[in-house]
Design a protein around this ligand. Structure first.
Ligand code: 5HY
Length: 243
């Protein structure tokens, strides 16, 4: 199968890192197609970044559709434009936060989320509410490590991340940890060795969910919420969406 792995921020280095994690996890028969937008913020850390990144992300979903991919992954922990992407796509579209929460809820009663900036905590909390996982999440903790600092994480930042994971376990009762950024996908193996509970990265979780849906022959339902978008004229920069 072909999985389009979309990094909605414009950091090509981050796309490469997550592609390595995705390929290491995927079945040998799965082709990972990494995809980075040409326009938009280098990292997505607030609602403004997310809104600007969303239009470019939807262009990439359309590109993936033309390439006949069997699944699209939105590899940003805010799951930006996930509902809109499902309106565009026929193949499944998986957001990494939703994927990680689903996996965590299968193997733990209470999981913790450890993410980047404190600024993004409400966004993660909103997603937990939206997806119905709030009762299974014991805490959402921030490290205040900027997303781009994860590209070449130094030992100090790594220890900060590990300290917050430990605090989630010892103080909040976390039985599993969800890593709250696509840029953390390369840290899951080391953290898993050093911490006593399961550590879940959304990128690899999304790859395995995409493969499962494909093997079961399941597509996005085009009835109701994820039905085709409503055709109408568009002008200016977005004229290519007119129909
Ligand atoms: C992400 N931002 O996964 C999110 C994480 C965050 O550019 N890739 C980003 O901190 O919200």
């Amino acid at each position: 199968m072909k999985i389009q792995l979309i990094n909605p921020n414009t950091s090509a280095d981050m796309t490469n890192t997550m592609a390595i994690s995705a390929r290491a996890t995927a079945l040998p028969s799965t082709q990972i197609i990494p995809s980075t937008p040409e326009h938009g913020p280098k990292s997505i850390e607030c609602a403004f970044d997310e809104a600007i990144a969303s239009a470019a992300l939807l262009d990439l979903i359309e590109q993936g559709k033309q390439q006949n991919v069997d699944a699209h992954i939105i590899a940003c922990f805010g799951d930006p434009a996930l509902d809109a992407a499902r309106e565009l796509a026929d193949a499944p579209v998986i957001g990494i936060a939703e994927a990680a929460f689903q996996m965590a809820s299968l193997i733990s009663y209470r999981f913790g989320v450890v993410t980047t900036l404190s600024r993004t905590l409400p966004a993660s909390e909103h997603l937990l509410l939206k997806y119905g996982h709030q009762t299974h999440c014991c805490s959402v903790r921030a490290t205040d490590i900027p997303v781009l600092a994860l590209e070449n994480i130094d030992n100090q930042a790594y220890q900060l991340l590990k300290t917050e994971c430990l605090a989630a376990i010892e103080q909040d009762g976390a039985e599993a940890i969800v890593l709250g950024c696509a840029g953390m996908s390369n840290l899951v193996n080391q953290l898993s060795k050093e911490l006593p509970i399961p550590i879940i990265d959304g990128v690899t979780a999304a790859v395995k969910l995409a493969e499962s849906l494909h093997q079961l022959g399941l597509q996005t339902s085009k009835t109701g919420q994820y039905g085709k978008r409503i055709s109408k004229p568009f002008i200016g920069r977005y004229a290519h969406w007119a129909s």
